[in-house]
Write a protein of this length. Sequence first.
Length: 437
Amino acid sequence: MTVQAGRAGAGRRRRGGFTRAMAWASLLALGFAFTTPALAQNAALKALIEQQQRVQWEDQFDTTMPALSLIESTAPTLSPDTASHVEYAIQRYSDIVRRGGWPRVSSPRRAMRLGTRDENVVTLRRRLMASDDLEQTAGLSDTFDSYVDAAVRRFQIRHGLTPDGVVGQSTLVAMNVPAAVRLSQLETNLVRLRSMSGFLGDRYVMVNIPAAEIEAVEDGRVRSRHTAVVGKIDRQTPILNSAIYELNFNPYWTVPKSIIRKDLIPKMNEDPRYLEKNRIRIFDWHGNELTWQQIDWSTDEATQFKFRQEPGDINSLGSVRINFHNQHQVYLHDTPSKTLFGSDYRFHSSGCVRVQNVRELITWLLQSTTPDWSRARVDQTIRSGAREDVRLKTKIPLYMTYVTAWSNADGVVHFRDDIYNRDGLATGVAGESLAYQ
């Protein structure tokens, strides 16, 4: 028997002869301890699937795949070094453009994913190699193997997409933005990053609007990152520099006049019980409460009154509001609509910024300026439902920025859609996205 035949036979034995006894032996070796039959069955099934996947996709160039861990960096987006990293990225992308860019990946009959065998996978590999998401030594097979899967996930993370490894419509749109457009994005954002490369404070909060992401930065390192939901295209979150000075626990929500006009009046015309269902009360500006029947909903009369939503589980601000000085009547806050944080598209608010895992952020805000506030006290205050306002002893700088392209020290280049069309490109990224939909 030849060496190659022996290896092939061993591979068939590994794939075809993975017995139940071998599965349980693997589980015992991993140290599983079971307390109920149901738990044992679920854990065994999960471990078996994972073991079979590892065997099925075993090959010889796993060490060449760039580590996904390099994509996330503790360096802040507004690091003093970010501009120099972007300058290097501009050189790389200029070379890509000079070489003709990257190929356009055609839309297959169904989404490409792990295990797919399709001629489009060959083009997909070339596309991922061009942007250094897949190693040049990975080959041009038409099989979507584990290394293409890892490369797709890397690409998705760099572009703010859900890293599921599936080449669906949103991933195809991002892949097919031309290299020349990405180069222009880098050049445009270099100017922005240079303007923000000075000392921003020992501790500060940065909201990157097109990335829909928040960074809490301390001593030049990111202490925590938070997914955000920011303003719709027609109700944009403003770009500004300010300072956080106060937290409102279990807050009331006073409905802004713009939302009364655009949202509340239409909803009341559809359903007169809308205010009651959402625990919103009406007051005149002398503090007298009114009923909904006292207002003419066929006009803008409602904008002359104050609408206040009571604290609670359905309050639009959630459990806490984070105040900072600004003329736009916007703020950071929690939200009862947690599912929006899991979406690739997080531009749903009326200008304010909703914060995922807000308790971690407010605990960090409080601990250095108001040390008697621990995480346990934060949790207890929210759990109590009682209204409480806390002024920070030291204000925390806040920067609400618009960065659609940046790079970290490991050379990983990130891009986001120019959702508000502020990059000034002749064919902007948002326009490219629409062209491929």
